[in-house]
Design a protein. Structure first.
Length: 153
């Protein structure tokens, strides 16, 4: 269940707020293969299950950038801002991949509002730190500060 803000202005007084977690998502080989095809990154640790069994991770792993790209699907499950005419992805700050995400893993995003400020044109820029947890792992698969701009309606 996402944390809901009734308008962008509510973000300004909520810095430091824990936003909760998304649903769990299973990382399947088909998704990894499709990402490899889309990006041209066919490194064996991602796309060769037989060879990867003997590799450093014991199985194929998701590309780091695949894990990062899934944040876009997880974020709306964590945060909803109502009363906007438009919301846009503005970018990211500080992306890290502390642990590999093995095929078959379940991941979820956990969010924290780490910054919010008014920007030119009356929009509110919010920085949400998303920690992509791997079920059963002490270390996350990805930690990223996402930056979004919300234009009031």
């Amino acid at each position: 269940m996402p944390t809901v803000f009734e308008n962008p202005g509510e973000l300004l007084g909520s810095v430091g707020k824990q936003l909760g977690a998304s649903e769990w998502l299973v990382i399947e080989q088909d998704r990894i293969d499709q990402f490899a095809e889309a990006t041209g990154d066919h490194q064996w640790i991602h796309v060769d299950p037989e060879r990867a069994k003997e590799g450093p991770f014991g199985s194929t792993i998701a590309h780091g950038y695949l894990t990062l790209s899934l944040v876009n699907a997880l974020l709306p499950q964590i945060l909803v801002v109502n009363g906007v005419s438009m919301g846009v992805n503005y970018g990211t700050d500080k992306v890290r991949f502390p642990a590999p995400v093995p095929v078959g893993s379940r991941i979820r995003g956990v969010g924290e509002l780490v910054a919010a400020e008014e920007v030119k044109g009356g929009a509110v820029q919010a920085t949400v730190r998303i920690t992509v947890e791997i079920e059963g792992s002490e270390r996350p698969g990805c930690v990223v500060d996402t930056i979004s701009r919300f234009v009031p309606a």
